[in-house]
Structure formats: structure tokens, C-alpha cells
Design a binder for this molecule. Structure first.
Ligand code: ZN
Length: 211
């Protein structure tokens, strides 16, 4: 595999700047256009169908992150943001975190603006949506987030003050091993409420459920 990094444009620093200047305050994150401009064509040793399969089917978040670090084309072909813990906390908005035991409000949590994300999200561990009070404005945040998901590998689901459809909860419960549900409503497409007995059926028998 060849490198895809431009020799002069990787850090998007003006070419006339000295190394000292480049390492100073002039460093900045490239925007989408600058990022694309900094890439150069690649000649991989595999045929296009094989490369397309590799682009589209990373086997794990770890493999995907190694691929995009090795070559920008893997991100351009399949732009994904891998997030371990994603939370929406009332009054704080969407936040992500790398801490395993994070409850959505630790010192390492960082704000994330959903509207600025270019690609999709690979959710790797925890999905938490806690809104309060129960307002129509925020009561469907968990549902509206689903179209942004590339893959959902969350094993921990926390839902508080949300309205969900039957299919939304079916999706969000997949693979979950620990779940907290409170002050929530789940409805079929015809508006009829889904019973608690039927909600429990979404989860596997070894899932720890609390409310
Ligand atoms: Zn945190």
C-alpha cells in the first residue's frame, strides 16, 4: 500500500512558513475542502472491487481507525466518526467521551455538534439520552439520531424522558447488555402503546435492565 499523504500539505500549513512558525499558533485543523485538497491519488495492489469492499466493510472500530490513520482515502471513501460513549444530557447537549465509566458528565467529556458531522457515526459502547423536562422539542432525540448511525455496537443503553417508535427501540436495543429506561413511551406506527412485556422481549435474557 502506498502512502496517500501529500508531502507539503499534510498539516495544511502555508508553504512559506518556517518550521518554527508551523509548530506555533498557525497550526489549525483543515476543513473538509482543505482535507480533500491535501490528498493524492493512490495505486493499491488490489483490484477496485476488493478495495471497495475494504472501504465499505471495516471489521471493527479499531481496524477502521488504523486504516484512516494509514491513509486518508479510507476516510474519504467511508467517512465515519467512531465514538465510544455518546450522551445527550439536558442543558449540556451532545457530548462524547473516551472514559469507560463515564456517565455523560465527566471532566473528559467533550461537546459535539451533530450538525457539523460530515459522515456517519460508529457507536462502540454507550448510548445515553437524558432529557428533562419531557418536552416535544427534545423527546425524540434518540429517534432522530438513528439515521446518523453507521454501525451500532452499544452494549449500554440509557434512555430517559424519550418517545420512541417500536422499530427505533428494536434497533437501539440490539446487542445491549445493560439498559436503563425511565419516563419513556414506545408506540407502534398506528399510535398504540407497546406494552412493557413486549419491550422486554427486545432484550436478550442476559441483559441487565433497570428503570
Ligand atoms: Zn465523560
Amino acid at each position: 500500500m502506498g502512502s496517500c499523504f501529500s508531502k507539503k500539505r499534510t498539516l495544511v500549513v502555508p508553504e512559506s512558513d518556517s518550521l518554527k512558525d508551523a509548530l506555533g499558533s498557525d497550526l489549525f485543523f483543515p476543513d473538509q475542502h482543505q482535507f480533500v485538497e491535501s490528498c493524492v491519488p493512490q495505486a493499491f495492489s488490489f483490484r477496485s472491487p476488493i478495495m471497495n469492499y475494504i472501504y465499505d466493510n471495516p471489521s471493527s472500530p479499531e481496524v477502521y481507525q488504523k486504516l484512516i490513520r494509514s491513509c486518508k482515502i479510507f476516510y474519504l471513501k467511508n467517512p465515519i466518526l467512531v465514538i465510544q460513549n455518546l450522551s445527550y444530557i439536558h442543558g449540556k447537549g451532545w457530548r462524547y467521551c473516551i472514559e469507560d465509566e463515564c456517565l455523560g458528565n465527566c471532566a473528559k467529556c467533550k461537546e459535539i455538534k451533530m450538525e457539523s458531522i460530515q459522515g456517519k457515526i460508529w457507536l462502540a459502547k454507550t448510548f445515553r439520552v437524558c432529557t428533562c423536562p419531557f418536552t416535544d422539542e427534545h423527546s425524540n432525540l434518540a429517534s432522530t439520531f438513528i439515521p446518523k448511525i453507521y454501525r451500532y455496537n452499544a452494549n449500554e443503553l440509557i434512555i430517559y424522558q424519550q418517545k420512541l417508535s417500536y422499530n427505533d427501540l428494536k434497533f437501539l436495543s440490539t446487542g445491549v447488555k445493560e439498559c436503563f429506561l425511565s419516563c419513556f413511551v414506545v408506540k407502534y406506527d398506528n399510535g398504540e402503546k407497546v406494552s412493557h412485556e413486549d419491550i422486554i422481549k427486545f432484550f436478550s435474557s442476559d441483559t441487565k435492565i433497570s428503570k
